[in-house]
Design a protein around this ligand. Sequence first.
Ligand code: SF4
Ligand code: SF4
Length: 357
Amino acid sequence: MSYCVSTKRMNEILKALQKDYKIYAPVRFEKRGRYSDTDLIRYAEINSIEDVVYDEKSHFSPKEVIYPITQALFYFTEDEYRESKVDDKKILIFARSCDINGFRRLDTIFLKNGGTEDIYYKRLREKVKFILMECKESWDSCFCVSMGSNKTDNYSLAVRFDGDNILVEVKDHEFINLFANEREVEFTPEFVTSNLTKVNIPEIDSQELLEKIYNLDMWESYNSRCISCGACSAVCITCSCFNTLDIIYSENGRVGERRRVQTSCMHEDFTTMAGGWSFRKTAGERMRFRTLHKIYDYKLRFKEEHMCVGCGRCEERCPKLISFSSTINRLYDEVEKLKKGEVSRTREQASSTEEGK
Ligand code: SF4
Ligand code: SF4
C-alpha cells in the first residue's frame, strides 16, 4: 500500500515511531565540511522529516549507525567482565539502494566470515529496518548500476520527497496502522538504471593472470599520489576493518575497557606485525589490495556479488582526487592487454629492463 502524506502528518508518524525506534537519516551539519564554509552531511538521529537531507549524497555512509567509529565492547577489572550495553530501542535507517545493498556485504563480513558471528555487530544489526530513499537520478560519481546495487526490495518503507508531501510505500505490516488515515496513491519507488560513471570489472580466471596483475606497474603510480590517509575507507559502506584497543583507566590501572575502533587497510602501518614486518609496505601495494578486495577476492570467497556497491563516496572524499572507478577501469584495460598477450609492463619486466641497462 502507498500513501501521500503531508510533512506535518509525517512528523506525527515519526513521533509515534520514536516510541519504539531510534530513527537515523543523512543530516546536514553546517560549516563542518572538509573545506571552509562547506557543510557536512552524515548520518545522525532525526526528530523531524525536515532533518532528512534527501537531495544530496551523504558524505559518510550509514554503516556508522550499527558499526560505530569507536565503540566500547566490554569493561573489565582484574577479576570481572561486563559487556557493554546497547539501547533497547529498535533502529530505522533512511538509506539509499546502494547502502542497503552495502549492509548485506557488512552482514557477510561480520556474520558469515569464518563460522563465527560478531556479537557486537549482530546485537545492533538485528534491530534495523530500512526506509528506502528513492534515487530518481544518480550523482556524477555513482556507478551502482555497474555493480548491480542500484535496486533493492529490502525495505520496510520507501519514500519519495515530493514538494510539501512525502509519498510512502508501506511494505512492512508493522507500520500499516500508522498510515490508516492517509490518502492512498499509486507509488512504488523508481531506481536509477544508468549512471554517468560506468566500470568494467576485469574477469580474473586464473592464478597465472592474478600473479601478472599483482605485478602490474600501474600500482606503483599510487606510491607518489596516495597519502595513505584512509579517508576512502572511512566513508565506504563496505569497509569493515577495525583495531581493538584496551584502555586502562588512569584512576585504577586494573580497570579498563576494550574498544573497537575503525581503521583502514590503506593506512601505512595496517599490516605491521611484531618485529616490524609489514605485508604491504607501499601505497601502491595497499591500493592493489583494496582494489582486488572490492572487485575480485570478496566475490571469489563468498560467491554472490562483489564487495564494492559503486556508491562513489571514496573518490569524492579522496584528498588526492584518486578515482576508484578509474582505477577499476584502468585495471580492466591492463587485464585485457594481458589476456591478449600485449605487452603490459609489469614490475618484474620493469626491474629486468632496469637490470639490462
Ligand atoms: S569502494 Fe568506493 S565506490 Fe565502492 S562501496 Fe566503497 S566507497 Fe563506495
Ligand atoms: S586513495 Fe585517497 S582517500 Fe584513500 S588513502 Fe589514498 S589518498 Fe587517502
